[in-house]
Design a binder for this molecule. Structure first.
Ligand code: ZN
Length: 144
């Protein structure tokens, strides 16, 4: 009884300073793709993907280009590239969970499911944290 085989998906900002590697055993057609309707995610047309059984690692090849952006409850760091402006993904502040912005994948998979529009506006800070613990991807220990 082995673990399901994971595939690795590579993502990066436009200039390549900020990279991500997403490991998941889920076939792309079964990915949960969320189009968060907050004003940050709408402005980036972000498509959030995660797998609680997967693994996510953010890397900065040029650390001086890493921008950690926080707003609202401040629980989450949104990781952007200062040089090219691309939003690559986000992580919970001080906790090893994250999401990938599928827009930053090296190629958008043809069978990526349609995004579900999501609004989390009514959530309390505690609800937000519980949802992220349940749905987000565990970060590799070496991740940003
Ligand atoms: Zn960049």
């Amino acid at each position: 009884m082995g673990e399901p085989i994971s595939s690795a998906y590579l993502a990066r900002c436009h200039c390549g300073a900020i990279c991500a590697r997403y490991d998941t055993a889920l076939p792309i057609a079964r990915w949960s793709v969320r189009a968060c309707q907050c004003s940050f995610c709408r402005a980036h047309a972000a498509l959030s993907v995660s797998d609680p059984a997967g693994r996510l690692e953010f890397t900065a090849l040029q650390a001086e280009h890493l921008q950690r952006y926080r707003f609202a409850s401040g629980q989450t760091e949104f990781l952007l590239c200062r040089a090219c402006g691309v939003y690559v993904g986000a992580r919970l502040l001080g906790e090893a969970f994250g999401i990938l912005n599928a827009r930053a994948l090296a190629a958008i998979p043809a069978d990526l499911p349609a995004a579900q529009p999501m609004s989390y506006a009514g959530e309390s800070a505690m609800d937000k944290k519980a949802r992220r613990h349940a749905r987000w991807t565990p970060l590799a220990p070496t991740s940003l």
